[in-house]
Design a binder for this molecule. Structure first.
Ligand code: FES
Ligand code: FES
Length: 157
């Protein structure tokens, strides 16, 4: 067992964890942050995507012990003061159907827009290429991320 300390959605967390525990299971079981989904056991679906030290990563590909000292944002951290503009855009553009992929998609979008405020459709497609959606056909998601980029640009001081 290893003791880890990390910050999730602005709050300090500290736990003893097994060395083989995956970060996604830590978030869901110890953090009770079940908005981070598990859609596969192969690292392919992206449903588990979170922001880890500023970058979108698949939390099933990281051990909890590797998150010691990390700063993490999950989908729950996006909506703390009302819906985030990316979440609003997903609703406005009908980018959500069953919703299983949605938290991971939104975190990948957040990671992209943090680095690139005005992405092209091609750049958006590349940013979500590790996120699978069985329902939407992707175009609404791409439209939503483009719409969110415009919203965020408008809210800049
Ligand atoms: S749960 Fe599928 S990529 Fe992480
Ligand atoms: S909305 Fe169902 S998997 Fe994407």
């Amino acid at each position: 067992m290893h003791r880890i300390k990390l910050t999730i959605n602005g709050k300090a967390f500290e736990h003893e964890v097994d060395s083989r525990l995956l970060l996604v299971h830590y978030l869901r079981e110890k953090g009770r942050l079940t908005g981070t989904h598990v859609g596969c056991d192969t690292g392919n679906c992206g449903a588990c995507t979170v922001i880890f030290n500023g970058k979108a990563v698949k939390s099933c590909m990281i051990l909890a012990v590797q998150a010691n000292g990390a700063v993490i944002t999950t989908i729950e951290g996006m909506a703390e003061n009302g819906l985030h503009p990316i979440q609003e855009s997903f609703m406005d553009k009908f980018a959500v159907q069953c919703g299983y992929c949605t938290p991971g998609m939104i975190m990948s979008a957040y990671g992209l827009l943090a680095e690139n405020a005005d992405p092209s459709d091609k750049e958006i497609r590349e940013a979500i290429e590790g996120n699978l959606c069985m329902c939407t056909g992707y175009q609404q998601i791409i439209d939503a991320i483009g719409d969110a980029a415009k919203k965020l640009e408008r809210t800049k001081p």
